[in-house]
Design a protein around this ligand. Sequence first.
Ligand code: CYC
Length: 205
Amino acid sequence: MAESNLITFASWLVGDYSNWEQAIANPPFFAHVRVCVRPLPVPLSPEGIWLYVEQAYDYEINRPYRTAVLQVLSEGDQITIVNYKLINPETYFGCARQPDRLHNLSINDLERQCGCNMLVSAKDSHSFQGIVEAGKQCRVHRKGKETYLHSEFEVGENFFRSLDQGYDLETNERVWGAIAGAFEFHKKASFRDELLQIINRGSGH
Ligand code: CYC
């Protein structure tokens, strides 16, 4: 049961997303952003499901402003995402849409982002929701300030909605991130079958 929830969640999350509709409707507040979540062709450990993520402006899709590696784990009814950053992110720019290049990626290329685990649970039968772990420990240095992350998201079979913001450690004021609500992404391509193949290969089928 827990395992099937994990696979359902990951199979919905993988994909190539765009918020084009939102960007056209509300240009001053929302840039046209692309998010691409790709399964690693060779998982970095047998525990959980490993994914590579790029977030980019659509007009420079192969120069992402943020990349990450995610390890999605099931822990009872709860799903946890462990966040990693790449030590040399440029080496892997573009890999979300050229997944063969991800064969080169190893655990030594990664650094864990402490305090940045995302806690995920089923919202209803159509979506999962996640929120960054409590404690203000997910630190992001930006605009010359030390901030802590507030992040929450929802994922369904064909959408991804996310809100990421950084708050000043001392004053609790918002320093960066959306002021007009969440980014609303629609899935343009799914990598579900690719993910299921990788999972089945790993379990010896
Ligand atoms: C940062 N976004 C982060 C961080 C996390 C997430 C954990 C802090 C650690 C890091 O920098 O990697 C979010 N992690 C997630 C989410 C999941 C997850 C959502 C579930 C799949 O595992 N983020 C967006 C918008 C965009 C954005 C499209 C506009 C605001 O979803 C930006 N996120 C954004 C930025 C940072 C960030 C700019 C800080 C990156 C930095 O400056 O280091």
